[in-house]
Design a protein around this ligand. Structure first.
Ligand SMILES: Cc1cc2nc3c(=O)[nH]c(=O)nc-3n(C[C@H](O)[C@H](O)[C@H](O)COP(=O)(O)OP(=O)(O)OC[C@H]3O[C@@H](n4cnc5c(N)ncnc54)[C@H](O)[C@@H]3O)c2cc1C
Length: 428
């Protein structure tokens, strides 16, 4: 018997799905696929006109797949996202790119590379030591840069890796994340793989869920395209969307869950793709660049991806937020100046095509991924709890290990599907 015993409704109409799922990102698609494999009927409701959520590939504009969102599968030996690669029979490419580092346009000297290594190791040690003595601390209290090299090294902890400044980064939440190696990219693009993998899932596109009412015998989803009734629901929308209050619940979410949503805000991380009309970057194809500009802004880049006269610049934390706020071509201008410092001014006149993502301004993401505020790493487990017994929560923010990543979204979708199955009974 299910947790709700006899109160669990059978579908009122033959067309009613067993489970309604909000959001066709990785979490929603993983949940739907799992439920379908167990013989349950599902209906996914997605506000965008496409599936994939924060995984989306532009396959046409640049002559190489440009992933606006998720791109890599880190820690590939243990990352749950590798299951998607297998299920989609996709091609994963081991990332062997060498990293070159620059300060104000100049590559680090051999001595500076060695010192960088020591700074990075010492930072890891300091964070681990601090967590032996206290439950949590803001990384920014442990890593206070004294010079440019430390500033670059520490930017690679918070802004460029987690999308937040170190002062807003929970050391506990940060150390939850497994090591990044080995890292894989997807040949067709991550978003393209996800779209293929989820293609057989029934998704109602262009419909926004505004309210979930579980006070009756069935769960009713009020959407901009009408009502959907189901025996259970799975909610996978980002915490940024939940925090807006545009998404209602009856009964109301518990105070503990509302607090969890508030303490898991969205990080800021964006990408700028630049295509040049001729060869203006003198570097090996696919080289990874990490740098601090003369003005002290940190950025990462992949230059000459897929052997193209192009670059993808990555910006995170306060700088990403500031460029989003400035709007217009601010991010493209920044990316060009940042690269020009290293590769020369010639590239400014050779720009043929560009695109800057603005995930913080995307109303259905409102940021790149969830980050726990210092002292609140435990809130992911609170968010993952069922609401009113038959509304389940998934999405990257809810995963205890792989939060922020595709692997977390995937694992959370499987977990929520299993919770729904336990409620419905594994067999009809
Ligand atoms: C720039 C960037 C780079 C990244 N790089 C990586 C990376 O390299 N590797 C990695 O593992 N991860 C990366 N990530 C994170 C990764 O993209 C996410 O963790 C993952 O895609 C989240 O999946 P999800 O299903 O939890 O959420 P989402 O993909 O956000 O899915 C939720 C869905 O809900 C929909 N929705 C929202 N509101 C409503 C509503 N009211 N009604 C109906 N539908 C709604 C949204 O449109 C969306 O499709 C990156 C993210 C960004 C933004």
């Amino acid at each position: 018997m299910s947790a709700l015993g006899t109160a669990v409704a059978l579908p009122a109409h033959a067309a009613d799905p067993d489970v309604a799922i909000v959001g066709a990102g990785v979490a929603g698609l993983a949940a739907a696929r799992t439920l379908m494999a167990a013989g349950k009927s599902v209906q996914v409701v997605e506000v965008r006109e496409r599936i994939g959520g924060r995984a989306f590939t532009d396959s046409t504009t640049f002559g190489f797949p440009f992933d606006h969102g998720a791109q890599w599968i880190e820690a590939g030996k243990i990352n749950p996202a590798m299951a998607i690669v297998r299920e989609a029979a996709a091609k994963a490419i081991l990332d062997r790119s060498e990293q070159a580092m620059y300060l104000a346009g100049k590559e680090l000297s051999k001595e500076d590379y060695e010192r960088f290594e020591k700074i990075a190791n010492e930072a890891t040690r300091r964070i681990a030591e601090a967590l032996k003595k206290q439950p949590d601390v803001a990384v920014g209290r442990l890593l206070v840069p004294q010079d440019s090299l430390e500033r670059l090294a520490y930017a690679m902890v918070g802004p460029l890796e987690q999308g937040v400044e170190n002062g807003e980064l929970s050391a506990r939440d940060f150390t939850r994340q497994p090591e990044a190696e080995p890292q894989y990219a997807i040949a067709e693009g991550m978003g393209a793989m996800i779209a293929r993998w989820g293609a057989k899932v029934p998704v109602k596109l262009g419909a926004r869920v505004v309210r979930i009412d579980s006070t009756g015998t069935q769960v009713a989803l009020e959407t901009t395209a009408g009502q959907i009734r189901a025996r259970a629901a799975i909610v996978t929308v980002p915490t940024g969307v939940l925090a807006t209050g545009n998404f209602g619940f009856a009964p109301q979410l518990s105070a503990a869950r509302r607090e969890a949503i508030a303490q898991l805000p969205m990080a800021s991380f964006n990408k700028v793709a630049l295509l040049f009309s001729r060869k203006v970057i003198d570097a090996p194809a696919g080289r990874s660049v990490t740098a601090l500009t003369g003005k002290g802004f940190a950025f990462d880049a992949i230059v000459r991806p897929a052997n193209r006269d192009a670059a993808i610049v990555f910006i995170g934390g306060a700088q990403a937020r500031a460029l989003e706020e400035e709007g217009g071509r601010a991010a493209v201008t920044f990316a060009l100046s940042a690269l020009a410092e290293i590769f020369g001014d010639d590239l400014r006149g050779a720009l043929a095509q560009s695109h800057a993502t603005r995930w913080g301004r995307d109303p259905y993401a409102l940021g790149s991924w969830s980050v726990a505020r210092p002292g609140h790493a435990d809130k992911r487990a609170v968010l993952a709890q069922p609401h009113h017994d038959r509304v389940f929560f998934a999405g990257e923010a809810t995963d205890p290990v792989w939060a922020t990543r595709v692997g977390g979204a995937y694992a959370s979708g499987l977990r929520a599907a299993k919770e729904a199955l336990a409620l419905l009974g594994a067999k009809r």
